[in-house]
Design a protein around this ligand. Structure first.
Ligand code: SF4
Ligand code: SF4
Length: 329
């Protein structure tokens, strides 16, 4: 789920693993404590009973915990039921970890590709800047440990929601727009298409072997050197992390922004040729979509992932579900 009240956003080690759950002000607070090796919850925290789901940053933390606690072997969680149980019925499956590791592997393949094309060594990369949800809630040290950040960066800045901060600055000082345009005009970019890049392909195949087949990092690096690429250095020491922002939306309350818990808008529509099979409803990962008896499709906009998902559309056996033809009710 997105960063919202009730989201598990991190797992922090304090003699045992503690779920960090976002409260109504979007501040991570202690939830329940766990021993994942033993598969037990050891103590209820103040946020017990309030977790509704997990953010992407929480999944990154789960990947780090699975690797650090030796719970991940050859593409599977080694727990009794193959799941990592968090609190309030929220759990992570082997498939979730596998998908997250593939995404992280793609990030790492991206680091390699950009560095190799630019002729830069990992050792030269010392500072990283993170923004968005990663720049707010991801534990940057865990992020570096799992490969989300290059292993050599020892200085990490987390700037939070920079687009919201920029919008606020522009509202308060519209002249900044000219400055912004000048900056945009001065940027000269070289585009690298990862999908067709040989370096990306070489590294990503290795990433798959590493996360799914248990290939060692030694072999990973031997293959890199054989392919004329640099080896991946091991993370050293603990990076210095500077968190500029503590929460996604900096100012809440009377003079800031409010979080709307119930947006209240729905998208509705009927698809010609729909058989009412409800496959789209069952496929929806956010329980956002329902198909009524008269085959009216209703999507709760507050839960829907929209263009990032469209699973309802892809799964339709009749190929009639067209997300874009739904209309606001
Ligand atoms: S795009 Fe479709 S499947 Fe995805 S969350 Fe929205 S309604 Fe559900
Ligand atoms: S999957 Fe397609 S046919 Fe089935 S209910 Fe949904 S829109 Fe209708």
């Amino acid at each position: 789920m997105l960063a919202a009240p009730g989201a598990i956003s991190d797992l922090e080690y304090d003699f045992q693993w503690v779920c960090k759950v976002l409260d109504d002000d979007l501040i991570p607070q202690n939830g329940d404590r766990f021993d994942f090796g033993l598969g037990v919850m050891s103590e209820e925290g103040p946020m017990h009973g309030k977790a509704l789901g997990i953010t992407g940053t929480g999944v990154i933390a789960a990947v780090a915990v699975a690797k650090e606690s030796d719970l991940w072997k050859k593409g599977k969680l080694t727990t009794e039921d193959g799941r990592m149980h968090l609190q309030d019925g929220v759990f992570i499956t082997s498939n979730d970890i596998s998908e997250a590791m593939k995404a992280i592997g793609a990030m790492r393949a991206g680091h390699f590709t950009l560095l190799e094309h630019a002729g830069i060594k990992f050792g030269d990369l010392k500072t990283m800047y993170m923004c968005g949800a990663s720049g707010t809630y991801v534990d940057a040290v865990k992020g570096r440990d799992v490969g989300l950040l290059p292993p050599t960066c020892d200085n990490i800045f987390q700037y939070g929601n920079t687009s919201l901060a920029l919008s606020t600055d522009l509202l308060m000082n519209p002249e900044l727009l000219d400055e912004l345009q000048e900056t945009a005009n001065s940027i000269r970019a070289n585009h690298i298409m990862f999908a067709g890049d040989k370096i990306f392909e070489q590294i990503y195949v290795q990433e798959l072997a590493y996360c799914e087949e248990g290939m060692s990092m030694t072999k990973y690096n031997e293959n890199n050197v054989a392919a004329g690429l640099q080896a991946l250095p091991k993370p050293t020491g603990r990076p210095k992390v500077t968190r500029v922002s503590m929460r996604d939306i900096a100012d809440l309350g009377e003079r800031g922004l409010y979080i709307l818990h119930e947006i209240g808008t729905n998208l509705v529509g009927k698809m010609e040729g729909c058989t009412g099979c409800k496959k789209c409803e069952h496929e929806c990962p956010e329980n956002a979509l329902t198909v009524s008896k008269d085959r009216t499709i209703t999507v709760k906009t507050k839960n829907c992932l929209g263009t990032a998902c469209y699973r309802c559309q892809y799964v339709c056996p009749e190929k009639v579900m067209q997300f874009d033809s739904l209309r606001l009710s």
